[in-house]
Write a protein that binds this ligand. Sequence first.
Ligand SMILES: C[S@@+](CC[C@H](N)C(=O)[O-])C[C@H]1O[C@@H](n2cnc3c(N)ncnc32)[C@H](O)[C@@H]1O
Length: 363
Amino acid sequence: MSLENKIKSEIKNNGFVTLDRFIEICLYDVESGYYIRNNPIGKRGDYITSPEISQLFGELLGLYIIDYWNNYIRSEFALIELGPGKGTLMKDLLRISKEFKEFYKLINLKLVEKNKKLELIQKKLLKVKSKDVNNIEWLEDIKNINNDNFIIIANEFFDCFPVKQFTKINGQYYEKIVKYNEYEEKFFFDKIIIKDNIKNIVADIFKIRKFHEGDILEISFEKDNYLKTIGNKLKCGNGLLIIIDYGDYFSKGKSTIQSFYSHKLTNFLDNPGTQDLTHKIDFSSIKKIFTDMSLKVYGPFTQKNFLESIGIEERKNQILQNSSSDLKKDLIDGYNKIINKDEMGEIFKVLIVSTKKINLYEK
Ligand SMILES: C[S@@+](CC[C@H](N)C(=O)[O-])C[C@H]1O[C@@H](n2cnc3c(N)ncnc32)[C@H](O)[C@@H]1O
C-alpha cells in the first residue's frame, strides 16, 4: 500500500491522524518513510548541512571534543553520532583526531542511524577512512548503547522528530490534526478539543510561557523522551552532548513546521514520504530537560559564536596557506556559509551538556 493510502486508511478508521502521527508515518514508515528510503542530503537532495558545506565544521568539532576528552575523560569512551547522514562530519572529525594518538585509540565509534541507504553510505566512507578505530558499530537507537564514558554529537538530528501542535481558542485547548478531503483529493489541517490529562500539561505550559489565545505550542514527547534517555546515560556515566540545530532561544508561540523538496519550501501535506518534514528547535525546552536533571548546560550559542570561539578562523587560515586557488575559493565559500549571520551562522545554535563543569564556561 502506498504511503498516501496508509495515511488515508488510518484517517478512515479514526476520523483523523494527529500532526505528529502524520509526520511519523511520512518520515519513518518502515516501508516507504522519507528517512527510511531516501538519501536527502546534498546538492541533488532536498537540503544541505554544515558538514557537507565545509570540512572545517567536522574538524573544529573534533578539536573541541579532543580538548574535552583531555580534561574530563582520558580513558576509553563511546564516540556517538546521532543521525550521521552521509558520514562526512565523522570522516572530518576522525581525520583530524588521528594526530592525537592516545585519544584516537580509545574511541569506540557508534553511529545511530535509521536510514539503511545512508547507513550503507556511512559504512563505505567510514570503514575505509577509519580502519584503525577500535570498533565501529551501527545502531538504530541510543538506548542500546551502554558505556561509562560518552561523547555524543547530534547535528540536525532533533528537528526530525515528530511534533504535536496545540492552541487555545476562547479558553478551549485544541490539538492540530490532519484529515482527507475526498472531493478535492487532498489532506488538510483541522483541530480537535484535547482531553483531560494532556489538557493539564498543555495548560500548564501555556501559563509558564505566558502564551496568549491563538499562540501555538509545539511539543515532541518522543524527542523529550529521547533527550531524557541521553540525560540518564550522562548522569550514570560521564561525558558530553553537543546538539547543533536550527531553532530559537525561546519558542515564539508560532508554528515552525516546514517541508522541503529539492532545496525549496513546499506544501507540508503534499506528496507524503517524498519531502523532508521538519520543525525549529525550541532550545529553552531542551535546556530545561537537562538542567532539571542537574546536568551542566551551556549555551545555546549561535553557530557563528561557537565556531569562532573554538578557532575556526585560525584553522581556515592554516589550511589556506597550503591550498590551490580552487580549494581556497571552496574553503572560503564554505566558511562564509556556515558562519555568516544571514546564512547558517545565526539561525543554527549549539547547546553543550556535560556531566562535569566545563571550566571554559564557568567564569
Ligand atoms: C537532517 S539529517 C542530518 C545528517 C547529518 N547529521 C549532517 O549533518 O549532515 C538527519 C539524519 O538523522 C537520521 N535520522 C532521522 N531520524 C532518526 C532517528 N529517529 N533515529 C536515528 N536516525 C535518524 C537521518 O536518516 C539522517 O541521517
